[in-house]
Design a binder for this molecule. Structure first.
Ligand SMILES: *Cc1c(COP(=O)(O)O)cnc(C)c1O
Length: 229
């Protein structure tokens, strides 16, 4: 069986080839290893192989893992990429470095108020329902500019950019379309002076399409850790 270290190398190879193909600068795409449902031991193995940024979906599971891995805390970056309810914001504001899944101003206000002053501002991406699916989390594209301006003004937060989870698509052109739409939305915000630097898009099955459209961070779980139970 392939090790986590080998799988990480393969994913980095995919990212590097996609970057070369797109003509972007080498090293311009960060890799977030999505460790949801994986044991802390798997995070340790990925850390030993050089990985530093990890993504989690479920707050309780993540808090337990962060605690078990407290000895590595200063070296790791923890990103929440799953849904966040109001009653969990205080714990998240204390424990995480990034939240990618903010889709309501109220959640951002709570995170800002609850972020400890001893920590740097919490890095934030606004989640956008870019494929327009009725069932999906995320702001509608038309709502994003208003929420972004308000979030950018909150003192405990550092608004970094946008995140999306498009509807799955098999062919590369169909994969690229929602990623392109998210890139254009980010460009429109920056034209309003927001200075955002992060496009969190692309997963195991579509990271090449996301990099081709300018992703700065890809979120990869299965291709690193194997299938989730
Ligand atoms: C699970 C998850 C991922 C990783 O998906 P894979 O297909 O396993 O790479 C990325 N982003 C979000 C928001 C997720 O929930």
């Amino acid at each position: 069986m392939e090790s986590i270290a080998q799988a990480l190398q393969q994913v980095k190879g995919r990212i590097d080839r996609a970057i070369a193909h797109s003509g972007s600068a080498p090293g311009s795409v960060a890799l977030l290893a999505v460790s949801k449902t994986q044991p802390a031991a798997a995070v340790r193995q990925a850390h030993a192989a050089g990985q530093r940024a990890f993504g989690e979906n479920y707050v309780q599971e993540a808090l337990a893992k962060i605690e078990v891995l407290a000895d590595l805390r200063a070296q790791l970056e923890w990103h929440l990429i799953g849904p966040l309810q109001s009653n969990k914001t205080a714990a998240v504001a204390r424990a995480f470095d990034w939240v990618h899944s903010v889709d309501r101003l109220k959640i951002a206000q709570r995170l800002s108020e609850q972020r400890p002053a001893s920590l740097p501002p919490l890095n934030i991406c606004l989640q956008v329902n870019i494929s327009g699916e009725a069932s999906k989390a995320g702001l509608w594209p038309a709502e994003v500019a208003g929420v972004a301006q308000a979030v950018a003004a909150l003192p405990g937060l550092h608004l970094r950019g946008l995140m999306s989870i498009p509807a799955p698509a098999a062919d590369p052109a169909a994969q690229r379309a929602p990623h392109r739409a998210l890139r254009e939305l980010l460009a429109a915000l920056n034209a309003q002076g927001l200075g955002l630097d992060t496009l969190s898009m692309g997963m195991s099955d579509d990271l090449e399409a996301a990099v081709a459209e300018g992703a700065t961070l890809v979120r990869v779980g299965t291709a690193i850790f194997g299938r989730r139970a």
